[in-house]
Design a protein around this ligand. Structure first.
Ligand SMILES: [Zn+2]
Length: 334
């Protein structure tokens, strides 16, 4: 086991090497200088120079309190050659926008907000916050990352896996059920997949498979249906489905459903194997096609089939989402 003292020395030595490297490689010049808006430039004692040469004047004390990386770095001897107007300059890999956001998480200011088109900015910010060990900022940015889960579930899942965000990974995985993983992951490049292990991807694939099976099983076992008064259970006029009676209401009673309704259930089941989410059973095209038959041929079903289907499908959608919500992701991030 490496002792904490030895580990601390190794980190300091590593930082020393980084500074040595910076001192012996061409030093990027500043193209403009600005003060971080919350930092009084008169008292600034450190300059962060962005990739692109924009200088941000800031305060060592505040950066040290927010980041153990900066705290360790400021303990090292200063390089007299890397100064501007007498103030030590730290060159950063990040562009000016990311440096500015990093400072937002060091100074006690309001949390930055991102528009729906700024997913990439959030990813770059998390990378920088992780690199500079700004843990408080990581937690706050995780909340911003979740906003993108409904629109970019796979990207959010990968980023969450990379930074050990279990709860966010679960939220993203759940949103990813909206579309089949295959063939989308073969056809569309997801840059953040380079951040994760094959194990994380396999976990997601297995989660989808378990959700598909759980959702489709609701069509094979109908005991969760508690209302026997739907027209497809009561009608004796139109064709019954082949295969004999089915059990509903916790298995206490059996009914012969009409064939048009069972066809709807089988059509839905096929789609649930692709997308195991509640909105599938509310698909207007599938419902319209299913009720078109009894409206045309059955005097009994015609009167109530539309109302009954809307009531049933709403209940069915809720039941589906409840069922898949109990399927665990089984992801163990460190
Ligand atoms: Zn009928």
């Amino acid at each position: 086991m490496i002792s904490n003292l030895l580990l601390q020395k190794m980190v300091i030595n590593l930082l020393g090497l980084v500074l040595f490297h910076l001192a012996t490689t061409p030093w990027p010049k500043a193209i403009s200088s600005t003060s971080y808006p919350r930092a009084n430039p008169i008292h600034a004692d450190i300059i962060l120079r962005s990739n692109g040469g924009v200088d941000f004047r800031a305060h060592k004390l505040i950066l040290s309190k927010a980041s153990s990386f900066f705290e360790d770095m400021f303990k090292l001897p200063q390089n007299e050659k890397m100064k501007a107007e007498g103030i030590q300059v730290i060159t950063m890999e990040e562009d000016q926008h990311t440096v500015r956001l990093v400072l937002d998480f060091c100074y006690p200011v309001a949390e930055p907000m991102f528009s729906p088109s700024e997913m990439e900015a959030v990813v770059q910010l998390l990378r920088a916050l992780d690199k500079y060990h700004i843990q408080g900022g990581m937690k706050r940015t995780e909340r911003q990352l979740r906003v993108f889960a409904p629109t970019h579930p796979l990207r959010v899942y990968a980023v969450a896996c990379r930074y050990g965000m279990n709860e966010t990974a679960e939220i993203a995985a759940r949103h990813s059920l909206q579309a089949p993983l295959w063939p989308s992951i073969a056809q569309t490049k997801i840059p953040e997949f380079s951040l994760i292990t094959a194990d994380c991807l396999q976990t997601l694939l297995q989660y989808h498979q378990r959700c598909r099976v759980a959702a489709a099983s609701l069509v094979d076992d109908l005991k969760w249906i508690i209302d026997p008064n739907f027209t497809w259970f009561q009608c004796k006029s139109c064709s019954p489905a082949s295969g004999g009676p089915v059990r509903i209401k916790n298995g206490s009673m059996t009914y012969h459903p009409r064939s048009w309704w069972l066809k709807y259930m089988k059509d839905v089941q096929k789609e649930l194997y692709n997308r195991p989410i509640g909105s599938v059973v509310l698909d207007a095209d599938i419902i319209s096609a299913s009720v078109a038959v009894p409206i045309r041929v059955c005097d009994t079903c015609r009167a109530t089939c539309v109302g009954d289907m809307l009531k049933f499908c709403t209940f069915f959608a809720k039941k589906l989402d409840e069922t898949t919500s109990r399927v665990p992701l089984q992801l163990e991030l460190k």
